[in-house]
Design a protein around this ligand. Sequence first.
Ligand code: ATP
Length: 432
Amino acid sequence: MYVAIDDTDSRSSMCTTFLLTEIIERSGLDLIGIPSLVRLNPSIPYKTRGNGALSARLGRGRGRSRRIGRFGNHDVMAFEQGDEAMEPGELLDLADDAVHDLAVLDDDNTNPGIVVSSGKLDEEFYWRAVRDVLEIREAEDFLSRSGCQYRKIKSGRGIIGAAAALSWPAEKRTYELIAYRYPHGESIQQSRKFSLAQQADQISGTFNNVDRENNYPAIFPRDRTPVIFGIRGRDPEALLTEGFDMVESWGLKQDRLLMYQSNQATDDHIIYGAAALSEMRSYMIRCRIASMPTVKMGSHYFVVATWNGQEIKLAAFEPTKQFRKVVGSLRPGDEVTAYGTYQEGAMNLEKIEINSLSSIYARSPPVCKDCGRKMKSHGRRDFRCHYCGSKTEMPAYMQIPRDIRTGPYDVPVIARRHLSRPFRMSADGRQE
Ligand code: ATP
């Protein structure tokens, strides 16, 4: 039986991933397969942080198993196969109790949803939830048609995410090893956090651990939540061996450790080949720069591009830090492939590939054709040689070297979205 939940936390406490560990623990059942942490449309206004939803398959494990976590002093195993061990209604009640005990229900923006299903659901729903904007009613219709049981708490908006977590096909996936302490982890000094994040970066296949340029240890959450840290990687074996050993050696007080499979860093939210752009959706577009860059309020960079016969603003806001310099270096005629969310008429860039750079020339006084010396400018179309007295209207043109090269540019780790796949993720997952 699968259980999925979403929308249980607030910015100041709880995390839906921890609530899932509580449901696993209370059920006393085995995990069949690896639980899923599924990120959805990153521009949804109702989200608390990263618009993540969770699902897990629970039952009586059969066949091969391996350790994917540790709760207290017992290992958490994931089995390759399993048998049903709980009625859907019973699992729904158990999850409902856990949500009522732990979710932040007094926060207006917390509207939990729980779904129980005997199988995975049609992936079309996932693609809409990760790229589009859905109504609660659409999720209800979909779940009823799919024969699932579900429960809405307050407005129950969380059933959208829960249904999407169950319809994620998990074909393109990465992994995350998350450690918890309830209600929140011990406070760790910033300098120690930085050094631990650098150590995590040594685990094979991991990515987005640390931003050295901005002194940001990205494995640690910014808000107070039961999450102590999360280490992301492309290689589950490395996280479960090297990763496990490393985090145990850190000696942090942790109650639970669990590895998830995830759609993080897959670019699943990006729509390719769109004919028009809609608000709150993310796109990849090939376009040509049409203006000089401008800077607003001293820190947000914009440049106009033409795409599909229309003008569109590309934006690099302050949180994208050094990436803004890339936008600031673009010039009319440059050809780029831009990735980002279309919001309030501008494309909020997540990454950009510069395909070609235009040649830029500056006018300067020419060399005198008669005596070979440099002429002087006496106005826009008036160049004179002070040695032999020759005159000409024709300036010389000098090519100005560009301060940027063609190629891919990511925003720094500090500004990276969960779903965004960095260009610079090499075959073994390490950033170059
Ligand atoms: P956390 O990641 O810390 O669990 P969150 O950022 O996931 O928090 P939620 O509190 O889960 O945020 O709020 C997101 C809400 O938006 C959920 O109710 C979810 O069902 C809903 N939602 C997710 N995707 C869509 C979508 N595409 N259209 C409409 N609503 C959506």
